[in-house]
Write a protein that binds this ligand. Structure first.
Ligand code: HEM
Length: 474
């Protein structure tokens, strides 16, 4: 027997929400339900409930790993991206990219064209090299100033890495003396990211871009978007003119065969949209994940020392050479565990949005076709049935026997199914090598021993301000 879906304010029909996104975005309360309050909401209503407040009008929340299984096995047939949210992305990033397109055929084509840029071989050659290069620049600036705004450092680091490894492009964030026009693009990227949420909660379906531009943060966001598109178009033009394009970066791969009308060629607007989305998706997420990891290591000095000891033990010459892909694969197990554990406690993507393309029966409820779903996986990460003492930072739990099988459909910080993160391994290599290099060179401690973390739920989960002291190890 199917039950009535529990929750709050059930009265708003989904068609009304779709017709009037202005109403649905009058207030923004997603942060309340998504992260800080998610565990409480699940306890109150169970794993499936309906929330009708502000931007979440009529949205069905799902907190159950069986849903992950459903997405992994039948996802493509039952779900599509949330069309309301995607409309917002189209206005900013264009609708011709792997992340924003609503068209399944277009998505498949983009995904299959981008996949070869993310093979182990490509990542080995490319991400490892650019991560090491960018870290060495960061370390030079740390030697001049040991109290660091870690959020800022990680943002600069990850933006430079995706610029170099993705597009052979110098954002010039870690090595300021190197920057030419890089600054305009890095500033634009940061403006877009910090103002994204103002736009997503605005009535973007109801009003024109001109009207919306009367709101200052949205105006700067559109301005930065235009700078970005111009710059990226110039990068592409320049690359086309070059005789020997960088063989390993993402752009080189996409450029091969482009310019024609054949099916396997990416047109200019698709290239621009995809480059834009890669920079945004590839930068912010990893930057916050790294900041959370460093905060946790500073908070747990004994774990930090264990990580350092394991690096010394497994890589005796760690302080005289750069770390390699083999180190990443074979010798940095403790660092992998730290990263997995911090993504469990602070998953930068706490869930994902979908729209149902057919009626679906799940856990005794009928979820009607057209429903907007928010699959929140964070509550499973914080559930005692999956992780003992879930509130605590215990990286060693990841090395315990059987932990991988048990968590297959449940621990999914990079999503699950066909639309899961294409950059997962890119991010992991970059993050594990960065954490290991930092740990091997510095001890990190709080500038203020009473410092507290205040995570902010925007489009992603952000770390807020984290200041740490970096003391060079002898
Ligand atoms: C810690 C770092 C990262 C996290 C936690 C993360 C998380 C995610 C998640 C959860 C999704 C799925 C969204 C959905 O189902 O709607 C996703 C998609 C995506 N991510 Fe990541 N990501 C990270 C890093 C990266 C990097 C480094 C890149 C690129 C270099 C990247 C590029 C993308 C793209 C293009 C998609 C869309 C894939 C598609 O729709 O086929 N991400 N990411």
């Amino acid at each position: 027997m199917l039950s009535h879906i529990p929750g709050v304010n059930q009265f708003v029909p989904i068609d009304l929400i779709k017709a009037d996104s202005f109403l649905s975005r009058l207030f923004y309360s997603q942060h309340y339900v998504l992260y800080s309050n998610a565990v409480e909401m699940k306890e109150k209503f169970g794993p499936v409930y309906k929330v009708a407040q502000a931007s979440m009008l009529g949205q069905i929340f799902i907190h159950d790993s069986d849903f992950g299984k459903l997405v992994a096995t039948k996802g493509a047939k039952m779900f599509k991206k949330d069309s309301i949210l995607n409309d917002g992305f189209h206005a900013l990033f264009g609708d011709h990219s792997i992340f924003t397109t609503n068209d399944e055929v277009v998505w498949k084509r983009h995904r299959s064209m981008l996949n070869p840029a993310f093979t182990d071989e490509k990542l080995q050659n490319n991400v490892v090299k650019e991560t090491n290069k960018t870290l060495s620049e960061l370390f030079k600036s740390i030697s001049q100033q040991s109290i660091r705004d870690v959020g800022d450092d990680m943002s600069n680091l990850t933006l430079d890495i995706i610029g170099r490894a993705g597009f052979g492009y110098e954002f010039g964030c870690t090595n300021k003396s190197n920057s030419t026009n890089g600054n305009s693009l890095s500033d634009s990227t940061k403006t877009i990211l910090s103002n994204l949420i103002f736009f997503l909660v605005s009535p973007y379906q109801t009003f024109s871009e001109k009207t919306l531009s009367s709101i200052t943060p949205i105006k700067s966001l559109f301005k930065s978007r235009d700078v970005f598109i111009d710059e990226i178009t110039n990068i592409i033009k320049k690359r086309r003119r070059e005789d020997a394009p960088n063989e390993n970066d993402i752009l080189s791969l996409l450029l091969r065969g482009t310019g024609s009308d054949s099916n396997d060629a990416m047109l200019d607007r698709e290239l621009v949209n995809n480059c834009f989305i890669m920079i945004v998706a590839g930068h912010e997420t990893t930057s916050h994940a790294l900041t959370f990891s460093l905060y946790l290591l500073a908070k747990h000095e004994e774990i930090q020392e264990q990580v350092y000891d394991s690096i010394k033990d497994k890589i005796p010459d760690h302080n005289t050479r750069e770390l390699t892909y083999e180190d990443y694969e074979e010798k940095l197990t403790h660092v992998h565990h730290v990263f997995d554990e911090s993504l469990r406690l602070y998953p930068v993507a706490v869930g994902t949005n979908r729209e149902l393309t057919c009626d679906v029966d799940f856990k005794g409820y009928r979820l009607p076709k057209g429903s907007l779903l928010l699959f929140n996986w964070y509550t499973e990460f914080m559930d005692e049935k999956n992780f003992y003492r879930p509130e605590e930072f215990i990286p060693s739990r990841w090395g315990e026997e059987g932990s991988d099988n048990k968590r297959h459909f449940m621990y999914i910080p990079f999503g699950i199914g066909n639309r899961s993160c294409i950059g997962k391994k890119f991010a992991k290599i970059e993050a594990v090598l960065s954490l290991a290099s930092i740990m091997s060179k510095y001890k990190v401690t709080f500038r203020d021993p009473n410092a507290k973390l205040h995570p902010i739920q925007d489009f992603t989960l952000r770390s807020g301000e984290v200041y740490l002291k970096f003391t060079e190890r002898q």
